[in-house]
Ligand binder design. Structure first.
Ligand SMILES: [Zn+2]
Length: 231
């Protein structure tokens, strides 16, 4: 027995090694998932070709440089906005079923101990995709008419208003819609299209819609008010 006391028994060394290997594997596993997330941002940014050339081939005019920087900035904003949607937000196709949107909305509201329920869904006009539904949030009720996810979430936002929460629409540059649940939106910051492209009346500081004259954002693909699509 005295011999065994000198060093660590072999079975104990093996157990220790296994434990170390296991904890390292766990550590590496966690690290890997963080790195994957970071890699996705880098990949998204890289694939958007948001790279400012360091050494221009020929001397450029100030205007050409500014245009190049603008288009890089635009690509960068697109990448950042898309990454936000992929990570934190959700997309809704142009035509959607109510059963598909509630499972997107409710897990996000559950962080705030809220659940949205919907009942009495009725079609008003199938051709226009116009529907009507009663939304229930706690002891609040509201009848919402909607033809797309934008209308629907606007109704949800009205129910959420006194809880300082809002589903913020992000630009997708496509026919689908994307939303992010934001607590107490800082509209003064979100208004900055160089930060992230948020589509809301409060961030419409990029000019006017050619069709209806409503204010629109710098990088928006369509008008919030009349739906006109920009080239
Ligand atoms: Zn318009």
């Amino acid at each position: 027995m005295a011999g065994a006391m000198k060093g660590t028994p072999k079975y104990a060394i093996r157990a220790q090694k296994r434990a170390m290997a296991a904890s390292r594997a766990q550590y590496i596993g966690v690290k890997a998932s963080i790195q994957t997330a970071a890699a996705r941002v880098r990949a998204a940014i890289a694939s958007s070709s948001a790279v400012v050339p360091i050494v221009p081939k020929a001397p450029r005019s100030a205007a050409a440089l500014r245009a190049a920087t603008d288009s890089c900035q635009n690509a960068f904003n697109k990448a950042v906005t898309r990454v936000l949607v992929d990570w934190l937000g959700f997309r809704v196709p142009e035509t959607f079923e109510l059963d598909a949107i509630l499972p997107e909305v409710n897990p996000r509201l559950s962080s705030f101990k809220l659940t949205l329920a919907a009942k009495d869904l009725t079609w008003l006009d199938r051709e226009l995709n116009l529907r009507k539904v009663k939304l229930i949030l706690g002891d609040q009720e509201k009848v919402v008419r909607f033809k797309d996810a934008r209308d629907f979430l606007k109704g949800v936002n009205e129910l959420l208003a006194n809880r300082k929460l809002a589903f913020v629409e992000l630009e997708t540059w496509a026919d689908d819609f994307a939303f992010l649940l934001v607590r107490d939106p800082r509209w003064d910051k979100l208004k900055n299209p160089e930060l992230v492209v948020v589509k809301a009346d409060q961030t419409a500081t990029g000019g006017e819609c050619g069709e209806c004259g409503a204010p629109v954002g710098k990088y928006w693909s369509d008008c919030l008010k009349c739906g006109a699509v920009f080239g």
